[in-house]
Design a protein around this ligand. Structure first.
Ligand SMILES: C[S@@+](CC[C@H](N)C(=O)[O-])C[C@H]1O[C@@H](n2cnc3c(N)ncnc32)[C@H](O)[C@@H]1O
Length: 214
């Protein structure tokens, strides 16, 4: 990449400044050894949720609540986020961030558990947006659940879709890279989904569930 392009990318990544609440949530993530969605992706997610008028969303992988806050800030004021994480401590940190941000407790439903145990209990076609933020090798299974959960016109967002640059490198064939690359291609080639891969943050795969009506 040319120096100009790298500079433009860095400029875009930090284009929307983050407030103290988000920065503190990032600090807690660093303390807990948890990765957070990068700033450019958070800003994009907020805009996508707002454009969609999202009232109901699901997040796989709460972490310390960085992406949750980005979602909640874009969703309608009465919108409810259901967010799942297997680590109780991460969700405790996320709840602290929601309280600091003045998010009403009724707007953030934090469910503690393994995503593949929790997702099947959620209602078909009931969600405007599903964010997969705990990709790795189970990504395909989360995406399968997301397709079921989304209403027509609803949006799937997969974070870390470029996995630190390794997805774009054909020489990288480790298990996680291959799983994420395969999910991206499968979603792209799914005739029921309309997809794009945004080179923002660590890569956002964004896909809308098409209407089945003629
Ligand atoms: C990359 S972090 C999420 C970052 C978060 N979305 C943010 O931006 O702050 C991934 C999270 O997924 C959680 N996780 C990992 N495996 C999981 C599973 N099987 N079910 C639910 N959560 C899981 C981890 O505990 C971790 O908090």
């Amino acid at each position: 990449m040319s120096a100009d392009r790298a500079q433009s990318w860095a400029y875009a990544e930090d284009f929307v400044a983050e407030d103290e609440v988000l920065l503190r949530a990032r600090g807690r993530a660093a303390q807990l050894g948890c990765h957070s969605m990068l700033p450019g992706s958070c800003a994009t997610l907020t805009v996508l949720a707002a454009a969609l008028g999202a009232r109901s969303a699901v997040e796989v992988g709460t972490g310390t609540g960085v992406a949750s806050l980005a979602l909640l800030r874009g969703m309608l004021p009465d919108g409810v986020l259901t967010t799942i994480d297997v680590e109780v401590e991460h969700q405790r940190a996320a709840k602290a961030a929601f309280a600091e941000a003045g998010i009403r407790a009724t707007r953030a439903r934090a469910i503690s558990g393994r995503a593949l145990d929790v997702l099947p209990r959620l209602t078909d076609g009931a969600y405007d947006l599903v964010l997969v933020s705990a990709a790795e090798t189970s990504c395909a299974l989360y995406v399968e659940q997301a397709r079921r959960l989304l209403r027509e016109g609803g949006m799937l967002v997969v974070d870390n879709a470029l996995w630190g640059g390794s997805v774009a490198d054909p020489a990288r064939r480790d298990e996680v890279t291959t799983a994420i690359r395969d999910v991206g291609r499968a979603v792209r080639d799914d005739e029921h989904m309309l997809s794009t891969l945004l080179p923002v943050g660590d890569g956002l795969l964004v896909s809308v569930k098409r209407s089945t009506r003629a």
